[in-house]
Write a protein that binds this ligand. Structure first.
Ligand SMILES: [Mn+2]
Length: 200
C-alpha cells in the first residue's frame, strides 16, 4: 500500500506491507503536511495481527488528534493510551518548513535517518523499550536541515544494510522506494516506511 503527500515544501511516500498470512497490519502510521509543517508518526504494535493493530492504531489516532502539540507531549499521550493495551514502539517527527527545523521523539526500534545533500546526516540513536503506559523518559532531538534533504522512518520489518547509502544517492524518493523493494519481500514482520524529501 502506498500513500503520497506532496506540497511545495515536501514530498513523501508511505509504503506498508502486512506480515505474511496476516490480514491486519500491526504497524500504523500518520502523516499530514500543510504549508507550515509536516507531522508524521510510525508505530509498531507489539506482536502482530489485530492486538498489535489495536495499540498502533490508537497511537495513530492520538497523533492525529494532538498534532498541534510538541512531539514529547504527543508521545506521552500515546504512552498513557497503552495502559490497557499490549504496547508499541513509536516515533513522532515534526518538520517546520518556515524555521527549517525538525523535532523527533521516539521510543523503541522505529528508526529515523536524515541525509542532507552536503553529506551531513542525522540519525538519533534509538531508545530501547516500548510505550506501555508506565512512566517513561523521553528525549526530543532537534536539528536544522538543508534544502533537498531526504529522510526515512521505518519499522523493524524493513532491514536494509547501510540504509543511508540509499538516501545519499541523487535519486528521487520514488526511485529510492524502488531500490528498497528487494528488502520488502520476506514479509517476516509487518513493514512500514515513510520516505521524504524536503524541497524548500
Ligand atoms: Mn515489527
Amino acid at each position: 500500500m502506498i500513500q503520497v503527500e506532496e506540497n511545495e515544501h515536501v514530498q513523501t511516500l508511505v509504503y506498508q506491507l502486512n506480515k505474511e498470512g496476516k490480514s491486519v497490519c500491526g504497524d500504523s502510521f500518520f502523516m499530514k503536511a500543510n504549508e507550515e509543517e509536516l507531522v508524521c508518526a510510525v508505530a509498531d504494535g507489539l506482536g502482530s495481527g489485530s492486538l498489535a493493530n489495536e495499540s498502533s492504531s490508537a497511537i495513530k489516532d492520538i497523533v492525529e488528534t494532538y498534532a498541534d502539540e510538541d512531539v514529547e507531549s504527543i508521545i506521552e499521550r500515546c504512552n498513557q493510551a497503552m495502559r490497557n493495551k499490549r504496547g508499541a514502539t513509536a516515533s513522532i517527527l515534526k518538520i517546520n518548513f518556515i524555521k527549517r527545523q525538525l523535532a523527533y521523539c521516539s521510543i523503541g526500534n522505529v528508526r529515523f535517518f536524515l541525509q542532507s545533500p552536503s553529506g551531513d546526516s542525522f540519525h538519533p540513536l534509538p531508545i530501547s523499550g516500548y510505550l506501555s503506559g508506565k512512566p517513561q523518559r523521553y528525549k526530543t532531538h532537534t536539528s536544522s536541515y538543508e534544502k533537498g534533504a531526504k529522510f526515512i522512518i521505518h519499522t523493524d520489518g524493513l532491514d536494509v544494510p547501510n540504509i543511508r547509502s540509499y538516501l545519499k544517492q541523487g535519486q528521487s524518493i520514488d526511485e529510492i522506494s524502488n531500490s528498497l523493494h528487494m528488502y520488502t519481500t520476506s514479509r517476516k514482520d509487518d513493514l512500514t516506511y515513510i520516505l521524504g524529501q524536503l524541497l524548500s
